[in-house]
Write a protein that binds this ligand. Structure first.
Ligand code: IMP
Ligand code: MG
Length: 177
């Protein structure tokens, strides 16, 4: 367990809320007239997805996938595993994958290929956070909330060994990289 006093606010809740509203407006404009399937990547993206869809002005279907590449620690194993697949039909759908953070890009690159095989009409990616410095494979990303430096962050869905997902802000654990 990490002492909660070690968590320092990096992006306050009100800034996240404002940015999510902007992203939702952009997405609503881009997909106007196109039925949208939003696919959240569990578990990290569930809070972002819940906030995002409530600000969309277009109808959406929501589904989830669960991909894991992390154990309890903070380093990626590099081997994504699909623990839960989409149930909603993807063929012919405009799919927007929503994830918490783009780090090495390995899990999303793998997920893109996985969803592409289901023949969507289009496939885009929205992430709350982008740690571009850490990228190991190129991943096209269409909507980014915030670009952040290479630091391990928690809160607003993001965890460290399942701790801190419930924090309303994005924080950094003091003493960590
Ligand atoms: P990637 O495959 O390396 O891009 O990692 C993707 C997943 O790793 C994200 O969806 C997160 O669940 C997790 N992750 C990467 N960086 C962080 C972080 O700083 N804090 C918490 N989780 C992270
Ligand atoms: Mg995680």
């Amino acid at each position: 367990m990490i002492d909660p006093n070690r968590v320092e606010v990096m992006i306050p809740a009100d800034q996240i809320a404002e940015r999510v509203r902007q992203l939702a407006a952009q997405i609503s404009a881009d997909y106007d007239g196109k039925p949208l399937l939003v696919v959240g990547v569990l578990k990290g993206a569930w809070i972002l997805l819940a906030d995002l869809v409530r600000h969309l002005s277009i109808p959406v279907r929501c589904d989830f996938v669960r991909v894991t590449s992390y154990g309890m620690g903070t380093e990626t194993s590099g081997e994504p595993q699909l623990l839960l697949d989409v149930v909603e039909p993807v063929a012919g759908a405009h799919v927007l994958v929503v994830d918490d953070i783009l780090d090495t890009g390995l899990s999303v690159a793998w997920l893109r290929e996985h969803l592409q095989k289901k023949n969507p009409a289009s496939l885009r990616l929205c992430v709350l956070l982008d740690k571009a410095e850490r990228r190991r494979v190129p991943v096209p990303v269409d909507y980014i909330g915030f670009s952040i430096p290479d630091r391990f962050v928690v809160g607003y869905g993001l965890d460290c060994g399942e701790q801190f997902r419930e924090l309303p802000f994005v924080g950094h654990v003091k003493g960590d990289a």
